[in-house]
Design a protein around this ligand. Structure first.
Ligand code: H79
Length: 439
């Protein structure tokens, strides 16, 4: 029911041209695959994986893919990383297989990050993996093939605003000085658009383009880029960070969790440790339980979770990441019904004990800790037929529902739960007489 209300749609209808309105009109259809899957893999991979957080023997603080900026590395020095980038261990099937095993249904890889280096074959600039590295192959070709056979949507991250390799891109003032609007407009025409065309014509259908960090880009230019993408692939989604709220869906800040459920289409990009691009000394991994809580928390609020891995320059996803993703996958195998194709919680607030997701006629209680005694939920007006753990469907849980007329309060009590069903987050299903209604 909530899904019929689309704030973006109203906004677009009021504000934009008929062409964009047409695109928005079928947004519901175009975006339904993305909204249903809830969980995707982000991959930050590029030349920054060579220094991996250390420049000239010095640990550079902050996120790994920002090393060029943070250490103010001149273009001619940073370019010297390309001959050292040789990912001989890269195996597209293995990466895509890991995403699939984790229960992720789309994959977004950095085709070009802020450093301006293209991780795909490009005629526009020879600063690309095929022409500038000893690897001299196009990994996107293999990824496209592997994604297709695994049923995972391939998507590209493309930094449209910052490009530290070009005088016309934003960010590199140490080589190029201040940036003019004219130079930026030329860069959009001469690099961004033709490279987008390559990305949208060389690898089959693309799920979405993940633009990032709008800064200097004008609203007209953001709209123009979105239109440009849709002209080549009408079904391809455009991330909110194309700028000025013109994207097909909204993007939360990096690693941001909203306080309650949100309206419309949203996604949170998030890290496993404290970096996106590989840093050899970042060992600050979140635990599998923390990661599952984030997934559940976001799903309960109607937000997609785009979880990042940062492979090494050899093409290896760090073992600590692999381990966590496999554990998440084992959980998803049992509990995926409580994530995929779900609606957010009917309650506008959070609970201490966990989170709720819904489907027509069903409510899923995601319990962070298995209740020792009985469990009380207030406010649910809909009758419950049946309750059982998702991991043990045969186990019937005792449910009592009461209504206190004086206090006007609905209560639902679950008696004892029996043995804990999952070491991370346990899901209990409530089968309901209709869609959940709450006070
Ligand atoms: O691709 C990932 C990041 O590289 C990108 N978005 C995610 C998905 C991103 N670009 N910018 N930011 C995130 C914000 C970055 C801010 C900082 Fe900095 C970079 C803080 C520290 C380094 C710029 C330089 C602001 C302070 C110093």
């Amino acid at each position: 029911v909530r899904r019929t209300e689309c704030g973006f749609f109203d906004m677009l209808c009021n504000r934009y041209s008929s062409e964009v309105i047409m695109a928005a009109a079928n947004l519901k259809e175009r975006i339904s695959w993305w909204e249903e899957v809830r969980f995707g893999m982000f991959i930050h991979w590029g030349l920054y994986a060579v220094p991996a957080g250390v420049w000239k023997g010095e640990e550079i603080p902050g996120i790994g893919e920002w090393i060029m900026y943070r250490a103010q590395i001149p273009v001619d020095q940073y370019e010297q990383l390309a001959p050292k980038f040789n990912p001989v261990k890269f195996d597209a099937k293995e990466w895509v297989g890991l995403a699939k095993e984790a229960g992720m249904k789309y994959l977004v890889i950095t085709a070009k990050h802020h450093d301006g280096f293209a991780l795909f074959k490009s005629k526009v600039s020879d600063y690309n993996i095929v022409d500038a590295t000893p690897y001299s192959k196009d990994p996107m070709k293999d990824l496209a093939k592997a994604c297709k056979s695994a049923g995972i949507k391939l998507c590209f991250y493309y930094s449209q605003d910052q490009d530290w390799h070009e005088p016309g891109g934003r960010g590199n003032t140490w080589d190029f000085g201040p940036l003019s609007d004219k130079a930026f407009a030329r860069y959009l025409e001469n690099k961004v658009k033709p490279q987008l065309e390559e990305l949208l014509t060389q690898y089959g259908p693309i799920g979405l383009i993940w633009f990032d960090t709008p800064g200097i880009i004008t609203k007209k230019q953001s709209q123009d880029l979105k239109r440009y993408v849709h002209k080549i692939q009408p079904d391809c989604l455009v991330s909110g960070r194309v700028g000025h709220d013109v994207g097909d869906y909204g993007s939360m800040g990096d690693n941001m969790i909203p306080a309650g459920r949100v309206k419309g289409y949203w996604e949170t990009p998030a890290t496993l440790n404290d970096t996106w691009g590989f840093k050899k000394n970042d060992k600050n991994w979140k635990s599998t339980k923390e990661l599952l809580i984030l997934l559940v928390d976001l799903a309960s609020k109607g937000v997609n979770y785009l979880l990042n891995v940062g492979p090494t320059d050899k093409g290896v996803i760090p073992p600590a990441s692999v381990k966590r993703l496999k554990e998440i996958g084992a959980w998803m195998k049992v509990n995926g019904d409580a994530i995929y194709r779900t609606n957010p919680s009917p309650y506008p607030y959070e609970f201490k004990w966990g989170r709720i997701t819904c489907k027509p006629g069903k409510m899923y209680l995601h319990l962070y800790d298995w209740p020792k005694g009985s469990f009380l939920l207030k406010g649910l007006k809909t009758a419950v037929f049946k309750a059982y753990p998702l991991a043990d469907k045969k186990r019937k849980l005792d449910v009592t529902q009461t209504y206190d007329g004086k206090l006007k309060e609905h209560s639902l009590q679950i008696g004892s739960f029996g043995k804990k069903t999952d070491k991370f987050v346990s899901v209990v299903v409530l089968e309901l007489d209709g869609d959940p209604k709450v006070d």
